[in-house]
Design a protein around this ligand. Sequence first.
Ligand SMILES: [Zn+2]
Ligand SMILES: [Zn+2]
Length: 386
Amino acid sequence: MAKRDYYDVLGVPRTATPDDIRSSYRRLARQHHPDMNKDNPKASEERFKELSEAYEVLADEEKRRRYDQAGFSAVETDFGPQGFTWQNFTHAQDLEDLLGNSAFFEQLFGSGMADSLFGATRTRRSGPANRGSDIEVTVRLPLADAVTGAEPTLEVPHTGRCEDCRGTGAKRGTALETCPECEGRGQLRRTQTRGYAQLISITECPMCHGAGRRIREKCPTCEGSGIIRHLRKLKVTIPPGMEDGAVLRLARQGVASGGIMIPGDLFVQVIFEPVEGLRREGRDAFTETRVPLSTAMFGGEVRVPTITSDALLKIPPSTQPESQFRMRGEGFPRFRGGDRGDLIVTLHVEVPRSLSSRQKDLLKEALASVPGPDGTKRSGLFGRRS
Ligand SMILES: [Zn+2]
Ligand SMILES: [Zn+2]
C-alpha cells in the first residue's frame, strides 16, 4: 500500500499551524478510536497508527521541516527498520486525556502496543499516587498445608473494566457524541474584559470533565462508569513452612481501576486450622498420647496423630510415664520447603482402673519384689497388711 502524505492523513493543509495539526489529530484519533468502531477494530487501529505516525512527524518542528523538504525518506530513519512503531511515538500525553480512561487504553495496556505507546506516560506517573489500593484477605487452611504448601483459589475484590461496554461507559451499540458544551475541546475558554485588560480563563469542561466526548446512553451494567467491582478468582501459591498468621505479599494483585495504572498489592494472611492436641513451636510440633500400662512395661507400638495424618511410634519396654519421644522429620519444614523439624510425643501411662481382686493380688505379688526408685524393695508400699 502506498504511503499517504502526512498532511492528507491528518486532513490539514501544508500551511497548517501546530495548533491546527494537534486539534485535527485529536479529532481524528477520537473518530478512529477502536472502541467506537466495533465492526472493524483492527482497521481502525491501523488507521489510528497511521494518524499517529503523521502526527509524530508533523508535530515536531524539525521533523516537519525535513519532511517538507524531502518527503518520507527524510524522516524514515527516525523510525525502526519496520517503519513507525508505537515505540517511536512520543506524544502519548496528547492522547492521555482522550484515551486515559477508555477501554482502548486499558485493553491495550499490557499488550506490546500499549506498553510502548504508554510506556513514557507510565514512567512519568509511577509515583505512589498512581497505585491502586492494597487488599488484604485472610485464608484459612488445614494445618497439613503448612507442611505441603497449598494453592487455594481466593475470591479477591477486583475493580476492572466493564466488559459489557469495554470500559467506555456507553451502552453497547451506541456511540459517543462530541460534547456540545465544549464542542469536543474538553476545555471552556472564557474571556472577560476588565477595564483595558482582557482576561482569558480556561477551565475544564464541567459537562464532559475534559474528555471532549459524552456518552449518549449509559451502559446499564456499570451505570456509565466503565468500571465494575466484582470478586475475582485468584489462585495463590502458599509455600510450605508458613507460620500461622503470617502474611504473604503478592505484588500488583490489588485494585487497579480506570486511570490507575499500577495495581496495589494483595496481602494474604494465612491462618491454619489448629489440630487438637498438636502444638507448634518453630519447626517442631508437640503432641501427647496415652499408652496402657502394659505397653509402657513390656513395649509395643502406639498410633500417634501427626501433622499430616498419623504414624506408629515404637515404645520400648520399661518406658517411664511422661517420657518424650522424638519423631524425626515429622515437624514443620523451613519456609519455602526444606528439612522438617521433629514431632515430640509425650507419653502418658494409663494405670488400669478396674482390676479384679485376683488380678490385684497377682500384681501385688509380682510387684512386691520389684526394686523401687532408690533400689530398695517396695515391700513397704505393697506389703501385706494383715
Ligand atoms: Zn465538554
Ligand atoms: Zn459498562
